[in-house]
Design a protein around this ligand. Sequence first.
Ligand code: ZN
Length: 227
Amino acid sequence: MNLTFAFIVIGAAFIMGLWAQAKVSSAYNKYKQVGARSRITGRDAAAYVMQAAGVHGVDIVPIRGQLTDHYDPVNKRLALSEANYYGYSLAAVGVAAHEAGHAVQDKENYGMLKLRMQLVPMTMFASKLLPLVIFGGFFFHMFGLIYIGAACYAALTLFSLITLPVEFNATARAKQAIVNLGILERDEMVGVNKTLDAAAWTYVAAFVSSLGWLLYYLALISGSNRD
Ligand SMILES: [Zn+2]
């Protein structure tokens, strides 16, 4: 393992992350201005997708912020940002249907979602530990910390890897449901596709970034063993 390679991966992930974020913003900002012909709100689109898949007992609630949308599998709560909850844009319908896709995964006991949920405590622990590891390693040159750093990034990399199929699958379900249920017409799908496909790249960038940092710590360990 070498440091140069790790830095190339980290750098590539950083650029990919910026590019993906810009793509999400531009797609979202463009398609939140284009109304769905059916005038269905994001809230109703999510409710319709869940109902058609036999998902019951999930609350759909509006929350503040831009693109703060998420599905909470612990509390069975689908939270949509206000613009997507009340809005009837192509972007709102796409994002809402994607979140509903997570609720459908949950109902169907989709394995990757279950695994991701099981990894949450470990991931939270690793992200809390990491600042201490970096701080301690940088200012005090506490050497054993590189092993803990590697372990933290191994956990985060695994988590962000498992996130990929979960996200791709929710988007695939959303696109399919929107078409099958006739929520949008086919020519309107471009707004959904561009918004959701851009969002998928942000998860890929997060995974590559985490992998880059894991490689960095592994390079430090292999370098230290060589001395
Ligand atoms: Zn998602």
